[in-house]
Design a binder for this molecule. Structure first.
Ligand code: M6R
Length: 607
């Protein structure tokens, strides 16, 4: 779970590498470093901390670098604490590498190499790869790489430079992402195309078992035996602007405001003549009618989108849905089998547990449908069918627009399953699709005035702990609201089904405990009001999220966050925005690093 970059061209590369690394800081920001060919040596500069606080400061103290080729890394620590010595690049003067992933058999390799006289300095798994390459290197880089990757087990994307092969970068990967960018007289490697968009939009996806060699003449791909291979050149649709903050104080705020467009981009291409149409990805009506069970699997917010999907599919299509956390699913020998559909949800398309859940579902014979945002990501490539959510790059670690589009897709999927299975008729299906297409406009209304969210934030930002409660779809939404708040503001919070509170959790309520109550479902309104009164009478400070038109008595709620009117079913999707903005302004008022919360990384490519 790190970001790696590399550059070779004819201009000085240190600043280019640092710039590209900054775009990848969402993948990890414990330390960063670069290694470049300076004169006849490999010069390495690396430091603990975020790029701006560590690496950039150290580089200012260095004599100007003229190197035109080098590699860089921004780290999210897995083996060994964040420190200068555990930072990448890692090497020994002959070879230097950057690595994203986890080497599972590093202890065996380390013991083997210690037996050969190698001495280790860092606590990283990566150092075993650097030294293994050194051990096998006798003049031919491809031979050394081939031998090393035949030994290492786990996930890796590696950028490698050899001192004897000046101004040349080698790259190889398995299960961790890596793209190779083709610029004008210069080439790049990067964990993610957003890192190099400022320089080029053209790139190749490196696949398992392929080696890329980049030099000042261009890019050459071979298999592990050195046989040349041809690859398809792709063009990134995302522009530089969309990968920047666009005037907002934080990426999170920008991404919240992008939600109306993001939802349109997800839904519109899958609606034909007013009805859902998934033929593009191969999810035909025949298949939909044949599935015995539907599983939805993901992690974090992606799993919460799945929870909404479960409520919707079960309510509309009367078909049972099993939602699971990927890290649980993969180890509990799930009952997924041939004839089932496994919907695998992931923004990054690289989350390790989710990828393994996908592979397991496939191995057990189920059809797999990936719902991913990042084009060409591992989950997208591995699945039988793919829905790209078209949200554009999500940079903030805290997921907002990616969750919204995953959830919006769940609506459309539920409509299609219900229509195909005959539990709703064509008229109702058209009505629902139209309602969904109206959601972006309603979300736009919620984004017009920030003062209500700022006000609520001012009432909860000093709390130690709070509760989110809701029923039905609102319960699913509360789980996401609670995750947002704790993730970026570090306030402990818990989401609880409102009717379940009385079985234990209500004892947490004391004078002044904030409770965020979501009440959008008319059929559950009376039940919800009675749950809210119960916590209020025990001292809770209640913030009610409901329709603006709802009359909320002061003996029921202290503050109200109003939502535009819409059919009940759509309100939880619209209310998502209120949840996100309450969390956002609370974190801002607490002075938290909103886009890069502590202990987290954007893309969790390790278990
Ligand atoms: O890239 P993915 O959608 O697979 O990521 C899953 C979770 O790690 C992610 O949603 C996480 O929970 C977010 N940081 C929540 O804001």
């Amino acid at each position: 779970m790190c970001g790696i970059v590399g550059f070779v061209g004819k201009r000085a590369c240190a600043d280019i590498l640092v710039d590209a690394l900054k775009k990848l800081e969402y993948r990890g920001y414990d330390s960063a470093g670069i290694a470049v060919f300076e004169n006849d040596i490999i010069k390495t500069v690396k430091a603990k901390g975020k790029i701006g606080e560590g690496l950039s400061v150290k580089l200012k103290d260095e004599p100007e670098l003229h190197a035109v080729c080098g590699i860089g890394h921004t780290r999210w620590a897995t083996h060994g604490e964040p420190s200068d010595v555990n930072s990448h690049p890692i090497g020994n003067g002959r070879i230097s590498i950057v690595h994203n992933g986890i080497i599972e058999n590093y202890r065996d390799i380390k013991n083997f190499l210690i037996g050969k006289g190698y001495v280790f300095e860092s606590e990283t798994d990566t150092e075993t790869v650097a030294k293994l390459l050194d051990y096998y290197y006798s003049g031919d880089p491809v031979e050394a790489i081939e031998k090393a990757v035949s030994i290492i087990e786990g996930a890796y994307a590696l950028g490698i430079i050899f001192r004897n092969h000046k101004n040349r970068i080698y790259a190889v990967r398995k299960d961790s992402p890596l793209i190779v960018g083709k610029g004008n007289g210069e080439s790049f490697i990067a964990s993610d195309v957003t890192a190099i968009l400022e320089y080029t939009r053209e790139y190749y996806c490196l696949e398992r078992g392929e080696i890329a060699m980049l030099d000042q003449e261009g890019i050459h791909f071979t298999d592990l035996h050195g046989e040349a291979i041809e690859k398809e050149l792709l063009t990134a649709e995302w522009d530089v602007e969309s990968a920047q903050k666009g005037g907002y104080e934080h990426f999170m705020l920008k991404e919240i405001h992008e939600q109306p467009d993001a939802i349109r981009n997800t839904i519109s291409p899958r609606v034909k003549n007013g009805l859902p149409d998934f033929s593009e990805c191969g999810l035909t009506a025949d298949k939909i009618s044949s599935y015995k069970h539907i599983f939805i699997v993901g992690c974090g917010s992606a799993m919460h989108a799945g929870m909404v999907g479960k409520y919707l599919i079960e309510a509309l299509a009367r078909t049972p849905v099993i939602v699971d956390i990927a890290s649980e699913f993969r180890y509990r020998d799930p009952l997924v089998a041939e004839g089932d559909l496994a919907v695998i949800v992931s923004q990054s398309g690289e989350t390790a547990d989710t990828l393994e859940a996908l592979k397991l579902s496939k191995a057990k014979g189920a059809d797999t449908l990936a719902v991913v945002n990042v084009v060409g990501s591992s989950i997208a490539r591995e699945a039988d069918m793919v829905i790209y959510t078209n949200a554009g790059p999500e940079i903030s670690v805290c997921s907002t627009k990616a969750y919204a589009v995953q959830t919006a897709f769940m609506y459309l999927l539920a409509f299609e399953i219900a229509y195909v299975r005959g539990t709703i008729n064509e008229i109702r299906c058209r009505e629902l699709v139209k309602g969904l297409l109206d959601v972006p406009g309603k979300i736009g209304e919620c984004l017009e005035d920030m003062s209500v969210y700022q006000f609520v934030a001012s009432k909860i930002f000093s709390a130690d702990s709070l509760l989110y409660i809701g029923r039905g779809l609102d319960n699913a939404l509360s789980m996401e609201g609670s995750l947002k708040l704790k993730e970026i503001s570090y306030i402990h919070s818990e989401a609880y089904a409102a009717g379940e509170l009385k079985h234990g959790t209500i004892s947490l309520i004391e004078d002044g405990t904030p409770v965020i109550a979501v009440m959008t479902q008319t059929a559950l309104k009376e039940k919800m009001i009675s749950n809210v009164r119960t916590v209020k009478s025990r001292g809770a400070k209640v913030i009610m999220i409901c329709r603006s038109s709802e009359n909320v008595d002061t003996d029921c709620a202290d503050y109200k966050v109003g939502l535009p009117d819409a059919e009940d079913i759509f309100l939880p999707l619209i209310a998502t925005v209120a949840m996100q903005l309450i969390a956002y302004y609370t974190a801002v008022q607490r002075g938290c690093d909103v886009d890069k919360p502590r202990n987290l990384a954007k893309s969790v490519t390790v278990e």
